[in-house]
Ligand binder design. Structure first.
Ligand SMILES: Nc1ncnc2c1ncn2[C@@H]1O[C@H](COP(=O)(O)OP(=O)(O)O)[C@@H](O)[C@H]1O
Ligand SMILES: [Mg+2]
Length: 150
């Protein structure tokens, strides 16, 4: 039996499409009176195994910190409380892991992220839809063409 939505996990990669999905997640959280978590995964799979690779991870960590500040401002504006989580690793795996750890009722993602492929759905959102045991909501702006960074 469907028991409502008490916990939402929104996955945010700092793209404009993620911001649209965040607005959708915040709206759902308010309407359902649900707790809202946001996970940002620092994608370490793109970092080659070289000496001083910490120099390559640094800007990604800075982006994660900037996102936290921006989320604080946006959540204040939207009137929701957000718990922010940063993980390092493979985005799909870490999003799925967070959904299980937090035992959420809903996972919210943007249809696209920072990538530039020509598909309507990005690879992370596609894989989460297929592999996640939880309900998944993909937020898609009607005006977004497939290859857009939105
Ligand atoms: N590193 C990440 N951390 C958290 N969420 C992510 C990450 N990468 C992608 N996502 C989620 O998946 C959505 C779609 O992104 P993705 O599948 O990577 O598309 P693209 O191929 O356009 O980058 C994003 O809007 C976001 O919700
Ligand atoms: Mg991506």
């Amino acid at each position: 039996m469907f028991q409502g939505i008490k916990k939402i996990l929104m996955a945010h990669d700092s793209s404009l499409c993620s911001w649209y999905a965040f607005e959708a997640a915040a709206d759902l959280a308010k309407k359902y009176g649900a707790e809202l978590y946001v996970v940002h995964v620092i994608d370490t799979t793109v970092i080659p195994d070289i000496p001083h690779k910490d120099l390559l991870i640094k800007p990604l960590k800075e982006r994660a910190e900037k996102l936290e500040k921006e989320l604080k401002e946006k959540s204040k504006e939207l009137g929701v409380e957000v718990k922010y989580i940063v993980k390092e690793g493979k985005p799909v795996d870490k999003i799925l892991e967070s959904a299980e750890e937090l035992d959420v009722d809903l996972v919210v993602l943007g249809s696209r992220g920072l990538g530039t492929s020509g598909y309507l759905l990005g690879s992370v959102s596609t894989k989460v839809v297929v592999a996640c045991k939880r309900s998944v909501f993909i937020a898609r702006r009607k005006d977004v063409p497939a290859a857009s960074k939105l």
